[in-house]
Design a protein around this ligand. Structure first.
Ligand code: PLP
Ligand code: ZN
Length: 412
């Protein structure tokens, strides 16, 4: 009953059947899911989609599963918030925040990719799932894997934020803290994936997993009233999310869900981990790995698996990329909170601060409709704000102390 034609090598175009594989045997290029769009066109319509439950599975024909969804049944269809206060602060007409800090069981967009990966893992008959994570994926696989009844091996860099460690441990996975950075964790996991018959969601299940990110793109289009935005700003770690938002926009056009699509895609990274943005700025498709050093740990991938394809998507769309310092990241988090009442994690700070720079430099026009992808909740990275916030106003429990203190501060 599926709409998938198979897997296809992104480099040489060789096709493969639907199996838990991810690289081309001939050229080592990454494999990607391809669909029968004519069949999909006959199966769905805007009206049909609009009547469905408000979760990411409303676009199930465009996701690589054969049977019914088995995870993430209440993930996705997150709010698209018209961010007028933020737009005013940044000096532009129209900004929308795609708010993936909420409406997910583990408060980040990773619940989208994991929903698809776990469903596919079940279809393939795996009983154990695993992942290499910068934090949010650990949280999501731990939680959704618990509900779906999988044995779970979660690999993280040992230096991860304490709040992300706790929020994975509560679900009782095997949490393996590796003495190394994400890129080292990932390399180790590739070896483990070759030795054990486990579903590593972002390694051997990666082609299917990655498709889950498209749902942000579909939702943006639907929530704008079946329109594509002028610009979308996307935080990048491996570069997969950006690549798949671009794919989603193109699919919406291909299926006739939107008439035109002139969206520019912009990559947002931290200065302390900017391999994709560096390639964009230097106009070279060679991604040079870096050693990450940033508070935006969820984006700290120094050797991004999809960096090359993210670069290509940005260039093809006519977009650009920008990088921001740790101080700018915190300022971005504060600005979003103060203007829109949304508490985003560090990655959200990267997106907002990057958008600010792109507007100042004129890459994003004053009259454009711009969507910012805010991908994770701020309660997950509280540590990043330690010693970067003002303190509360301390008083004694009486009215005199209250009034004296606030008068001294010239608030009353
Ligand atoms: C994983 C992640 C991203 C981006 O991931 P890609 O690897 O580029 O797909 C963005 N924001 C948050 C909060 C994340 O956890
Ligand atoms: Zn190939």
């Amino acid at each position: 009953m599926g709409y998938v034609r198979g897997l296809k090598c992104r480099e040489c175009g060789r096709q493969y059947p639907v199996e838990p594989i991810y690289v081309c045997e001939f050229c080592f290029g990454p494999l990607e899911v391809i669909y029968d769009y004519d069949k999909i066109k006959r199966a769905i319509s805007k009206k049909k989609i609009e009547k469905r439950d408000e979760n990411l599975w409303r676009y199930k024909e465009l996701l690589p599963i054969d049977g019914p969804p088995q995870a993430g049944l209440y993930s996705g269809f997150t709010p698209l918030v018209k961010a007028d206060n933020l737009a005013k602060a940044l000096g532009v007409k129209e900004i929308y925040v795609k708010d993936d800090t909420v409406a997910h069981p583990t408060f980040s967009f990773k619940d989208r990719v994991v929903a698809v990966a776990l469903t596919k893992a079940r279809e393939f008959g795996f009983d154990t799932v695993a992942c290499a994570s910068t934090g949010n994926l650990a949280h999501s696989v731990s939680a959704q894997g618990a509900k779906a009844g999988f044995r779970r091996f979660i690999f993280i860099p040992a230096t991860l934020e304490q709040s992300k460690i706790v929020s994975s441990l509560i679900f009782r996975p095997y949490l393996i803290a590796v003495d190394g950075n994400y890129d080292e964790v990932n390399r180790l996991c590739s070896e483990i994936a070759n030795r054990y018959r486990w579903a590593f969601v972002n390694i051997n299940i990666r082609p299917y997993y990655a498709e889950g990110s498209k749902t942000i793109g579909f939702e943006i289009v639907e929530q704008l009233g079946w329109r594509a935005p002028d610009n979308v700003v996307v935080p990048c770690a491996s570069g997969s999310l950006l690549t798949k938002i671009w794919k989603a926009l193109k699919e919406m056009k291909e299926l006739g869900m939107i008439k035109t699509m002139n969206t520019k895609v912009f990559a947002a990274q931290a200065l302390g981990c900017n391999p994709i943005v560096t390639a964009i700025k230097n106009d070279t498709d060679v991604i040079k790995p870096v050693k990450p050093q940033t508070i935006a740990k969820s984006l700290a991938i120094g050797n991004p698996a999809d960096g090359y394809y993210a670069y290509k998507a940005v260039k093809e769309s006519g977009g650009f990329g920008e990088e921001v310092t740790d101080d700018e990241i915190v300022e971005g988090m504060k600005l979003l909170a103060e203007t829109e009442g949304i508490f985003a994690e560090t990655a959200g700070g990267v997106t907002v601060a990057t958008a600010k720079r792109l507007i100042e430099q004129g890459y994003i026009g004053k009259n454009d409709l711009t969507v910012l992808c805010i991908t994770g909740n701020g309660l997950k990275t509280k540590e990043a704000l330690d010693e970067r916030m003002e303190s509360p106003i301390f008083i004694k429990p009486n009215i005199e102390s209250f009034e004296d203190t606030l008068k001294e501060m010239r608030i009353l």
